[in-house]
Design a protein around this ligand. Structure first.
Ligand SMILES: C[S@@+](CC[C@H](N)C(=O)[O-])C[C@H]1O[C@@H](n2cnc3c(N)ncnc32)[C@H](O)[C@@H]1O
Length: 410
């Protein structure tokens, strides 16, 4: 009798425990037996341990812990919203990290050349490096200013303080049905700021869906014409839905916005030397997603060849973006991976091939002034020789975001 009671008690406890497990984390027995021995998330972790352990060295253990922990969001404020979103957030202890930035600091410039003659001053620069056949010159010259970065005063993104992992509530519509804010990784706003969109610019967003960065670009309210493209038709629908949930229809006319679903890598064949600014936010191994979600995971064994082809696709997209920009125009390459093969190597190859195959000379624009401004909000990789990267950190769990900006000289 006592044994029966004990068994019943035990069964009840097991049932109670089951209720504590969120539904999405429960696994049905019959599925558990057919589950992959190595789920994609484990394969991703193995792969990252092997590569980032080497590439990031002693930074990797803390980045790893952060990547496996809950990520932090920012709320991109919608200027078209009728309401006091910023004041409401400030009352909750949030701050707009863009206006609350570090404004003092040094000025740098950084040039990558592809066989172009360089000035005496450039050739004197110490620290010349050779990598993948592209000659790199990195300089750190105080007091010299190469077109300073003008941050749009209209992009606002609020975050909770460092170490505070409070979640944002879902945005609610105003009287016109527009939402007050868009939740995204706050570090994803940096490529949009770095793109430095000016009044009257025409902008191409080559891989735009689901549209977080497109929306941030539109918040500048200075774009004359925006073309938002994504190869995926379903994701382009999502992008359109996002834009219509935030921007009044009178600003989304055919004269100001074009949404397309082309293969971006072929853009150079369609439209060359056209845009003042081009954002190339490429598909990548999306490291955080790959470590935390088995669904739609690029480390799924069935997607191995797709994953291996990523650097080539990224290179083709960046080259197409470079061709789409006008001479003097600027191109921002970004990813959400820590991988050097998908980041620096792609940029190095693109710079070289743009010169060799298309006669386009490029300059790498120094983004250190930007990282300097936002160093109290994000953790950046120190001493990256090409581009800048936000690395996840437990106290500021944003990123990873890699970005590199190129300027067309010809
Ligand atoms: C990192 S996501 C872009 C995120 C987006 N910029 C944002 O901020 O919401 C990469 C996108 O590239 C798209 N893509 C993949 N291959 C492409 C191609 N060949 N041409 C254009 N877009 C492509 C994917 O459909 C995906 O939506």
């Amino acid at each position: 009798m006592a044994l029966l009671q004990d068994t019943r008690l035990l069964l009840r406890k097991v049932k109670d425990l089951r209720c504590l497990t969120p539904r999405r984390n429960r696994v049905k027995e019959k599925w558990a037996t057919t589950r992959a021995k190595y789920p994609p998330t484990s394969l991703a972790l193995q792969h990252f341990d092997a590569t980032y352990g080497v590439e990031l060295g002693k930074l990797w253990p803390s980045v790893r812990v952060a990547l496996l922990s809950e990520r932090k969001y920012g709320a991109l404020l919608n200027n078209y919203y009728h309401g006091a979103a910023l004041e409401d957030f400030e009352a909750q202890g949030c701050r707009d990290f863009i206006s609350d930035r570090d404004t003092e600091g040094r000025v740098f410039f950084f040039i990558i050349s592809t066989g172009q003659p360089c000035t005496e001053q450039e050739s004197d620069v110490a620290g010349a490096e050779e990598s993948s056949g592209v000659s790199m010159k990195k300089s750190d010259i105080d007091g010299q200013r190469l077109s300073p970065l003008q941050l749009s005063p209209n992009i606002k993104c609020v975050v909770f303080p460092r170490g505070d992992i409070t979640r944002f509530k879902p945005a609610r519509p105003d009287v016109c049905g527009l939402l007050g804010y868009y939740l995204m990784d706050a570090a994803s706003v940096l490529p949009c700021l770095a793109l430095d969109v000016q009044e009257g610019h025409s902008v191409l967003d080559l891989c735009a869906a689901p549209g977080g960065k497109t929306l941030a670009l539109l918040q500048t309210q200075s774009i004359r014409f925006l073309c938002a493209n994504d190869v995926s038709v379903s994701r382009t629908f999502r992008l359109r839905r996002v834009l219509h949930s935030y921007v009044p229809t009178q600003f989304l006319t055919d004269q100001t916005l074009r949404i397309t679903s082309f293969d971006g890598s072929k853009w150079g064949e369609i439209e060359r030397n056209t845009f003042d600014r081009v954002l190339v936010d490429v598909p990548c191994t999306t490291d955080r997603h790959s470590l935390t979600e088995d669904d739609n995971n690029i480390f799924n064994k069935m997607r191995t060849s797709e994953r291996r082809r990523l650097p080539q696709l990224q290179l083709e997209l960046l080259l197409a973006g470079i061709q789409a920009a006008c001479p003097g125009g600027e191109i921002l390459y970004s990813t959400c991976t820590l991988s050097q093969i998908q980041n620096l190597r792609v940029v190095e190859q693109a710079v070289q091939l743009a010169q060799e195959n298309h006669g386009i000379s490029l300059q790498v624009v120094d983004l250190r002034p930007l990282t300097h401004m936002f160093r109290k909000t994000f953790h950046f990789t120190p001493d990256l020789h090409l581009g800048e990267m936000v690395i996840p950190h437990l106290a500021a769990n944003f990123g990873p975001i890699y970005m590199c900006k190129l300027r067309r000289l010809t």
